[in-house]
Design a protein around this ligand. Structure first.
Ligand code: ATP
Length: 231
């Protein structure tokens, strides 16, 4: 855990970006950076999943993915990495992580879960998903190749999620500061058609993935021969 004592006394919205980060790439980093700017977040905490519940075994170990996340944010004072899910023996359910963060940060700090549109669309498949609205706000970014957010809601989401968003959707980020959880805010980020699967495929086939992810992460992948035999 890399939160400081000062952070426990901070009151502004804290962004949370969970993911498998297998590997972390510039799509993730721009998502965090643009969310921070557009939504007025104090900081963004990246939370690599240990055992992601919604997908097969990642192509690299939890420790490798944690290490790559740390390399990727090095030097950025507004980002931090949370190792709670990687260190936990349990599956990485977001609701458990948010309950842990609430215990750590208190009931009043606004927490903003940052997601790409693809992840948000899948929300009804998440463990105890409806309780997440009691624990955090949601900020949803566009992602190339996935249904657009915001302007076309409601109507493009599953009926259950559509219903959940109906009274929660806002467009003014200032509202995120007025309560600790419960709003859904769509925001626009620079569209980047980068995915971790694309990078794994490039590495496996021996093609270059340079400039899709930080050089430090690319060097780590090369040094540790990650993804070379990944299918
Ligand atoms: P994979 O290709 O292995 O499925 P991924 O690139 O989607 O991985 P994840 O770690 O699963 O990466 O994503 C973590 C979060 O980041 C999700 O909310 C996802 O929507 C978001 N995200 C990832 N890449 C982008 C991108 N290029 N633009 C916007 N959001 C993104």
């Amino acid at each position: 855990m890399s939160s400081s004592g000062a952070e426990q006394h901070a009151t502004g919205p804290l962004g949370l970006l969970g993911g498998t980060f297998d590997p972390i790439h510039l799509g993730h980093l721009r998502l965090a950076e643009e969310a921070r700017g557009a939504l007025g977040l104090d900081r963004v905490r990246l939370i690599p999943a240990g055992q992601p519940p919604h997908r097969g075994e990642p192509g690299s170990t939890p420790d490798d993915r944690l290490h790559m996340a740390r390399l990727a944010i090095a030097g950025n004072p507004h980002f931090e990495v949370d190792d709670g899910e990687v260190r936990s023996p349990r599956k990485s359910y977001t609701v458990l992580t948010l309950e842990r963060l609430r215990a750590e940060l208190g009931p009043t700090r606004p927490l903003v879960l940052i997601l790409g549109a693809d992840a948000f669309e899948g929300l009804p498949g998440w463990h105890r998903w409806q309780e997440l609205f009691d624990l955090a706000h949601f900020a949803v970014a566009n992602r190339p190749g996935y249904a657009p957010h915001g302007r076309r809601w409601p109507g493009t989401l599953s009926p259950a999620l559509d219903q959940a968003c109906r009274d929660r959707q806002i467009s003014d980020p200032a509202l995120l500061r007025t309560c600790s959880s419960g709003y859904v805010i769509p925001f626009d980020m620079t569209p980047l058609a980068i995915s971790a699967s694309l990078i794994r495929d490039l590495v496996r086939t021996g093609a270059s993935s340079r400039y899709l992810l930080p050089d430090s992460v690319l060097d780590y992948i090369g040094l540790h021969h990650l993804y070379e035999n990944h299918e």
